[in-house]
Design a protein around this ligand. Structure first.
Ligand SMILES: NC(=O)c1ccc[n+]([C@@H]2O[C@H](COP(=O)([O-])OP(=O)(O)OC[C@H]3O[C@@H](n4cnc5c(N)ncnc54)[C@H](O)[C@@H]3O)[C@@H](O)[C@H]2O)c1
Length: 347
């Protein structure tokens, strides 16, 4: 592993780099982290290389160096953003996606960045057990093991009134959005158990799985199942130090979400989401990085909401229903359906 930090021990005027393996090339590369005076003439100064300190916001820190990760649905959207972030943080990454053309674009872009030896792509249908098993085997064959499994691929699936929904479309939604996650956990955990080194499994659920009204019925039910499955798997695998968590994104601007019309999306998103900036794949990649890294080693069985406050804002009935639209202009008391008239006064 490459050290990206170092230490000077200084006595009097002549600073010397202590024997950390890669001292920075130039003084201006060094970002000071701390200075400690011993009181007996020695001074210790910590540095990190420019752009590598976790104290510097989004800076690259090498937090996944030495780790092998699989990302499903990694050819687009938040999966693609996560692949790029994992590679930047030093991981070796195997991408499984149904879209082979986009997968090839991804590997070409990685090669152009000099990352060809750290990435593999294989066309995968995550709803098929043989494909998921082959994806996991590829990680072991190509990179020698598996530390992180990100079960992220998914679709919107069946939509329409529940009385009209086709049962096959319902099943297909569950195959792609839930069965896939079960298969990913099953095959990743087998390899992780055999290696005995623990691991981190991350699943993509959704705020639509935590509340109704945030997505089609079948989709919401499927994402609820992902959230529940993540917790159940976390319990079973915790004794083996295999963590299982789910990320529940809010509205994230990906092709799946805006379907090519970002301006139309802006209108309704800005009315619903408290946070001013829109959700980007990088926001999910940041959460996935944390869950994949050793910074979250005591975190398991969690459904982590990454949504710019969307869920915290609640169903927003008070904002959008005609019944409540003037509520902030009145103060009073409503007796429901008791027959008693409400009492109120205007503000
Ligand atoms: N974008 C959002 O607002 C949002 C919100 C909550 C949850 N999600 C979830 O996030 C995940 C990623 O979605 P995204 O928005 O990045 O979408 P996206 O369409 O940009 O990317 C999804 C990727 O998954 C792949 N995929 C779909 N079905 C597959 C299958 N059967 N096998 C293998 N790969 C398959 C697609 O080819 C695509 O590359 C999904 O699980 C989605 O349900 C998205």
């Amino acid at each position: 592993m490459t050290a990206r930090a170092g230490l000077w021990l200084q006595q009097g005027a002549a600073p010397q780099d202590a024997a950390w393996d890669v001292p920075p090339r130039a003084e201006e590369d060094r970002v000071p982290l701390f200075v400690v005076e011993s009181g007996c003439g020695y001074r210790a100064r910590g540095w990190c290389r420019q752009g590598t300190s976790s104290l510097q916001g989004d800076a690259v820190t090498g937090r996944l160096e030495g780790k092998v990760a699989i990302v499903t649905g990694g050819a687009s959207g938040m999966g693609l953003g996560t692949v790029e972030r994992f590679l930047a943080e030093g991981a070796r990454v195997v991408v499984g996606d149904l879209n082979a053309a986009k997968g090839e674009e991804l590997t070409a872009a990685c090669a152009a960045r000099g990352q060809a030896d750290r990435v593999r792509f294989t066309r995968t249908d995550v709803s098929l057990e043989e494909d998921v098993a082959a994806l996991v085997s590829l990680a072991v064959e190509a990179f020698g093991g598996l530390d992180v499994m990100f079960n992220n691929a998914g679709i919107g699936g069946a939509f329409g009134p529940i009385t009209e929904l086709d049962a096959d479309a319902w099943d297909e939604t569950f195959d792609i959005d839930v069965r896939s996650v079960f298969l990913g956990i099953k095959h990743a955990a087998r390899v992780m158990l055999e290696a005995g080194q623990g691991g981190s499994i991350i699943n993509t659920a959704s705020v639509a799985g935590l509340t109704s009204g945030a997505g089609p019925t079948a989709y919401g039910a499927a994402k609820s199942a992902v959230a529940s499955l993540s917790q159940a798997a976390a319990l079973e695998l915790a004794p083996h130090r295999i963590r299982v968590n789910a990320i529940c994104p809010g509205v994230i601007y990906t092709p799946l979400m805006h379907q090519g019309d970002e301006a139309a999306a802006d209108e309704w998103v800005s009315a619903l989401q408290p946070w001013p900036e829109r959700g980007e794949p990088a926001h999910i990649a940041g959460a996935a990085l944390w869950l994949a890294s050793d910074d979250s080693t005591f975190v398991t069985g969690q459904n982590i909401v990454v949504d710019g406050g969307l869920l915290a804002a609640g169903p927003r009935v008070t904002q959008f229903s005609h019944m409540f639209k003037d509520l902030n202009k009145l103060v009073g008391f409503a007796y429901g359906t008791t027959g008693q008239k409400p009492r109120f006064r205007r503000l």
